[in-house]
Design a binder for this molecule. Structure first.
Ligand SMILES: Nc1ncnc2c1ncn2[C@@H]1O[C@H](COP(=O)(O)OP(=O)(O)OP(=O)(O)O)[C@@H](O)[C@H]1O
Length: 779
């Protein structure tokens, strides 16, 4: 009996048994199809044979994805399509039942007599309504493949094994009835009996061991009195599953597949345009330079770079060359290939390079020296090659390498300390700069804070022929930079020369970046107070914040500590007031600020390039003012002068060792360069002793002179300290009120020009601020 001729009786029995049904559903819950294990059909045939084995037979490994009432099989298109005859019979059976008034599989009550045609129509309707129709073959492939593999994975398909029995069942139902043609023992563990005819063709059962099975078969046949020449032949086979071959490769396949999938995911999720880490591996040798051109529109122009006119003039030549190369070439001039922009941090090197590109209107490739450095040898060199190749393609163009010291540092002489990757990168840079001739119209600009440590080969003419030094701006430079950065700031009045000059005078030693930061801070402070404009007081606060840090409100000093700080700062202030070469005093405060300062006195040093011996000595006396004041006013001194003492020692050492300002030691310098390690002392023991005594003498002298000064001004120190304790902050005006005008003319011209009130600094007082003759400086 074939499955196609499946009788109604059997199907009804199955409904009662609530047998297995495998269904595939998509994510929306629609049934894609269902699948009935062969064992299931085989088990049906056992019912037909009147066997009670079907339930056991259905205990085939659990392949069911969902177990439902068998009746819902009506929705299974797969069954309808695959087994049309079964489908027809099935429909007849089910509907035959419902026609009799019982509840149909879908719970609907049917009425009226409808023949098979109607049933088929119903089925067709069901098919049409079936959501499965919307799915493509792809929806079938994965689940079907999965099922196939799963069933193979169970060792052998149910078709291989036939119905599952016990040896006892086999003896009673098959052997004793003479239905068995032959038996095959598979893998020594499973016996498959081929039947004479009918369905199933095979039945099977597990055995303990072949020997025992042989014996039991012998005994069973003996008991059944089967003559020895008619005994069932038993053969032995070894069968292997497809999985036996596949399984060893599965971990590898999973690893490779998983890795590939992860890479793909990372690539998808990487930052836009970069392609994620996958791309970074692939493009490891590519230059990371950022390209700016007319499209990306470099908005920086020379007018935005203030206070470095000489540097601008130098670099302007590059711009002219890139704009009109023939003007130079027709006279046989070769334009310099590159320029090193050197100088302290924040002095506008990058800004100047950008402005050059902005003015020239040519592509600008900007890269940082550190971007060439990679763990792998050769990557840096490859990036350099790529950078220059790109620049040549885009010519005329500008390459800007910021922080070139990262790759251009002097090569190590000792092989022990050599760095292959760094040297390979530098060599490639040297080659590329030699390699392109001036007709390439590529200009290389490089920025560094440490031009002293660059390799000499890089600096020779023909490579970086121009060395442009950008120093911290002087008062006029600062004024110009303030004017640039005040442009976007909302002030009450338009920026005047005096306003910018006043700010510039208050910020000696500030770099362009400091000034930009200061302007921004002032705007932030004004915004914090909800002000409509940014005012001078906001700038003053911002400057104070940049110089000495934020007021430290959490650091609370005891009254005793506060008194010590007040006298300490008053000592500094008095020294500053009565010493001829002291810088103008702006403010004294005993409010703790920043990390360590418990108080501070703010002076305005001039832009000064030469310092005399007297000026040095006065600076040392001023620095010692705090400690000496403590000595004079308290029984014991504190640690508060640690920083001052460090400064004084440094100054004394510099005077003796570096500046030739010691009379005893004379004009000899012993200060080693910062870059060199000092192994041997470059002086004899006698000279060492002289140095030692000279340093001591200078400090002791300064201390004695400071003590002399503060003892003579003990009342003034007292007044200032008391005022400080009362107000915490005193200004120059308070000092004038307490002590009278300073007896010396201020040395700082910028201070006199922008910060001194007119009446204090009128043309009538050429000598000093008080109008009295200057006293003799403290000798
Ligand atoms: N001469 C200047 N004129 C106007 N603004 C300036 C000037 N110099 C510096 N700045 C301001 O300081 C910022 C930082 O300057 P820049 O990056 O050019 O400094 P740098 O010299 O390259 O510093 P580093 O050596 O640390 O790289 C600039 O964006 C600009 O706002």
């Amino acid at each position: 009996m074939s499955v196609g001729q499946f009788p109604v009786r059997a199907s009804l029995r199955m409904v009662q048994l609530r047998s297995l049904k495998i269904s595939f559903q998509n994510s929306r819950g629609s049934i894609l199809g269902c699948f009935q294990s062969r064992c299931y059909f085989e088990s049906l045939s056992h019912f037909v044979l009147g066997s009670s084995m079907s339930q056991r037979a259905c205990s085939q490994p659990s392949v069911a994805l969902s177990i439902r009432r068998f009746s819902s099989i009506r929705h299974c298109n797969f069954m309808h399509k695959t087994f049309p005859r079964l489908n027809a019979n099935w429909g007849a059976g089910m509907n035959g039942k419902t026609n009799n008034g019982s509840t149909g599989s879908n719970g609907n009550k049917s009425s009226g007599n409808k023949g098979n045609n109607n049933n088929n129509n119903n089925n067709n309707n069901n098919n049409n309504n079936n959501p499965m129709g919307n799915f493509s073959w792809k929806d079938w492939v994965v689940p079907t493949l999965f099922m196939f593999l799963l069933m193979n994975g169970m060792g052998m398909s149910s078709a291989d094994r036939g119905a599952q029995l016990t040896f006892q069942d086999f003896k009673v139902n098959y052997l004793s009835k003479g239905l068995v043609r032959r038996v095959v023992v598979i893998n020594g563990a499973y016996a498959e009996a081929e039947l004479m005819s009918g369905i199933p063709r095979h039945v099977g059962f597990t055995i303990g061991s072949p020997d025992v099975f042989d014996r039991e078969m012998e005994e069973a046949q003996e008991k059944l009195r089967i003559p020895s020449n008619e005994r069932i032949p038993i053969s032995y086979e070894t069968r292997t599953s497809i999985w036996t071959y596949i399984m060893p490769f599965v971990p590898t396949l999973l690893l490779v597949g998983g890795g590939y999938y992860l890479l793909m995911q990372m690539r998808k999720r990487g930052p836009k345009g970069t392609g994620g880490p996958f791309d970074s591996i692939m493009n490891v040798g590519k230059s990371k330079a950022k390209l700016f051109n007319q499209d990306t529109n470099i908005k920086v122009k020379f007018k935005d770079v203030a206070g470095c006119d000489e540097a601008k003039a130098e670099i302007m030549e590059f711009v002219n060359f890139l704009k009109q190369p023939q003007r130079y070439e027709r006279l046989g001039a070769k334009i310099p290939r590159g320029a090193i922009l050197a100088g302290p941090p924040g002095t506008g090197k990058t800004l100047l390079a950008k402005a050059t590109a902005g003015e020239a209107g040519v592509p600008f490739l900007s890269v940082s020296g550190s971007e060439f450095v990679e763990m792998f040898v050769g990557v840096g060199a490859s990036r350099v090659r790529d950078l220059f190749a790109t620049a040549r393609k885009l010519a005329p163009s500008i390459i800007f390498i910021d922080e070139i010291d990262a790759i251009g540092g002097a090569r190590e002489k000792s092989p022990m300390r050599a760095n292959d990757e760094k040297e390979a990168t530098l060599n490639q840079l040297l080659v590329e700069m030699d390699g392109f001739d001036t007709s390439d119209h590529v200009v290389v600009l490089a920025g560094t804070n440490r031009s002293d440590m660059l390799d000499k080969a890089l600096l020779r003419p023909g490579r970086f022929d121009r060395h442009i030094y950008l120093d911290k701006p002087d008062i006029e430079g600062r004024k110009a930079i303030y004017k640039v950065h005040l442009r976007p700031i909302k002030l009450k009045e338009p920026v005047t020369d005096t306003f910018a000059g006043r700010l510039a005078a208050m910020t000696p030693g500030f770099s362009g970046a400091d000034i930009a930061n200061c302007c921004n801070e002032a705007a932030l402070i004004a915004a914090r107070h909800n002000a409509n404009y940014v005012e001078l007081k906001d700038f003053e606060q911002a400057i104070e914040r940049v110089i000495v840090g934020l007021a430290n409100k959490t650091r609370v000093l005891s009254p005793e500590e506060k008194k010590t700080v007040a006298y300490h700062e008053a000592g500094h202030a008095i020294c500053g007031w009565y010493l001829k070469y002291a810088d103008p005093l702006l403010k004294v405060s005993i409010i703790p600020r920043g990390q360590a300062a418990l108080g501070y006195a703010q002076y305005l040093p001039p832009d000064q390039y030469l310092i005399s011996r007297e000026q040095f000595q006065h600076k040392m006396i001023m620095a010692l003012g705090g400690r000496v004041s403590e000595e004079l006013h308290f029984p014991s001194v504190t640690t508060g002068a640690a920083d001052d003492l460090q400064k004084v020692t440094k100054m004394a050492n510099a005077m003796v060792l570096k500046l030739g300002l010691s009379k005893k030691l004379g004009t000899i310098v012993f200060e080693p360069k910062d870059t060199q390690m000092q192994v041997h002392k470059p002086f004899s023991e006698e000279t060492f002793e002289v140095i030692d005594t000279e340093v001591h003498r200078l400090i002791n002298d300064a201390h004695a002179r400071c003590k002399e000064l503060l003892t003579s001004k003990i009342d003034e120190v007292d007044k200032v300290a008391k005022e400080l304790l009362k107000k915490e902050v005193i200004t120059r005006d308070d000092m004038i009120r307490l002590l009278g005008p300073r007896p010396f003319k201020e040395q700082n011209d910028a201070f006199r020009k922008y910060l001194l009130p007119k009446d204090e600094n009128g043309g009538e007082n050429p000598h000093n601020d008080s109008g009295k003759p200057e006293p003799e400086p403290v000798a």
